[in-house]
Design a protein around this ligand. Structure first.
Ligand code: PPS
Ligand code: ADP
Length: 382
């Protein structure tokens, strides 16, 4: 089925903060995907001509028009942020019934706040003002209600909105064990190492201890062992690890377990950590835990090598959305990474980022050559 976009409707009275919060939400979403459109009542009305006024009937007619545009865009896979008063229950009902992915965010404010803001003078000198001489149906079943009297900054509120819209981000760690067990049960050792492993080998030399985070069929772990590194290779798939253990090689040391689990790694025990295509298989909370755990497990000066799918990957947006930038597609979870955000997260934890690039040519596979992210980060002293 064709992927449909989501319509995010920021509703609230004039001065509630629709433009402020909706605009910031848009900027953050736009930084992660190209196909996002922002429609603000203020800005879009003049574009459609001056025939829509502000009486109750005018507003109803106008809302019917603008939400049909939203639906049309969403049906073409485009996410739409629409900031408009449109405080009619009939409009909200139409939206729910006709827009398949619809999120309604009600920006609520106290009357005193509106009067204090009153930046357009509507509440003192206006006529046909919703909430003054035009009654409104206050939303009763929005996906979320944001109280915006200025106690919290727009940035804080937008981060809360993102977390509420995408609850899996914190609550449910991703467990792909079944998927990978099925994936690995028939096909194990591809002999060839990945291009990323060969690239990493130019920076390790022989000697030193490397942890392979999510070793899968073991192709890269075996390669690293063959070039003289002492390798610990961890994967959640017992099917894969059982097969690899049958090779009866002392090196790599294959472990079936969750590489996020801090207790699997001893403090300051690795010279290198290697994560190829595994950070996009975990959610953002798990990513945080992993980065912290690698900071702890690497020796000062140790290198963290990461290759991961980014938001410019053509698979982005396919399937059912789970959380920000994450989708279930073909029974498989992928969270596409924003390179600048991962770089910032590494820096915050105490890594120096020596190299970060997102481009094609890093991980060609058959006829596919998606842009992917490569990062080399150095664990700083401390
Ligand atoms: N009575 C009156 N007179 C003149 N201008 C007015 C009036 N009411 C609203 N506005 C302006 O219109 C903006 C709201 O337009 P919307 O399309 O979002 O409103 S509605 O859905 O039709 O109710 C609104 O923008 P916001 O303040 O951002 O809500 C105002 O700029
Ligand atoms: N959380 C906030 N903190 C401080 N000021 C805010 C906040 N949210 C909105 N404002 C201010 O309130 C005013 C109205 O916000 P705006 O986004 O234009 O509302 P709307 O689009 O709903 O009419 C603006 O001057 C804006 O800067």
């Amino acid at each position: 089925m064709e992927h449909k976009g989501t319509v995010y409707f920021f509703t609230g009275l004039s001065g509630a903060g629709k433009t402020t919060l909706g605009g910031l939400f848009y900027q953050r979403l736009k930084a992660t995907k190209p196909n996002v459109v922002y429609l603000d009542g203020d800005a879009i009305r003049p574009i459609f001509g001056e025939d829509s006024g502000y009486t109750q009937d005018d507003r109803l007619r106008w809302a019917g028009r603008i939400f049909r545009v939203c639906k049309m865009l969403a049906d073409q896979g485009i996410d739409v942020i629409c900031c408009s008063i449109a405080m009619f229950s009939s409009v909200r009902r139409w939206n729910r019934e006709n827009i398949s992915q619809y999120k309604e965010i009600y920006i609520r404010v106290k009357k005193e706040t509106l009067l204090a803001r009153n930046q357009k003078g509507l509440y003192t000198a206006g006529c046909n003002v919703v909430g003054v001489d035009i009654p409104f149906d206050e939303p009763q079943s929005s996906d979320l209600v944001v109280q915006n009297d200025g106690e919290q900054t727009p940035q804080e509120l937008v981060e809360q909105i993102e977390h509420i819209l995408y609850p899996n981000i914190v609550e449910n760690p991703i467990d792909n064990r079944d998927y990978w067990n099925r994936y690995y049960q028939d096909q194990i050792c591809t002999i060839e190492p990945s291009p990323f492993a060969r690239y990493v080998a130019t920076m390790t030399g022989a000697g030193g201890r490397l942890v392979d985070l999510g070793c899968g069929n073991g192709r890269d772990a075996l390669f690293f062992a063959d070039i003289g590194l002492d390798v610990v290779a961890i994967d959640l798939s017992d099917a894969a690890i059982r097969m690899l253990q049958k090779l009866e090689r002392g090196n790599p040391h294959f472990i079936c377990g969750d590489f996020i689990n801090e207790s699997v790694h001893q403090s300051k025990s690795y010279d290198y950590a290697y994560s190829r295509f595994t950070i996009h298989a975990i959610n953002s909370k798990q990513e945080q835990l992993l980065l912290r755990s690698m900071y702890r497990a690497l020796k000062p000066g140790g290198k963290f090598f990461i290759e991961v799918r980014g938001i410019h990957d053509p698979l982005y947006g396919k399937g059912q959305q789970q959380e920000r930038n994450a989708f279930f597609y073909n029974n498989h979870y992928r969270r596409f990474i924003v390179m600048d955000e991962l770089v910032a997260a590494l820096r915050k934890i105490g890594f120096r980022v020596e190299y970060a690039q997102e481009r094609t040519g890093f991980a060609p596979y058959g006829n596919d050559d998606p842009p992917v992210i490569r990062i080399v980060a150095i664990r700083q002293e401390g």
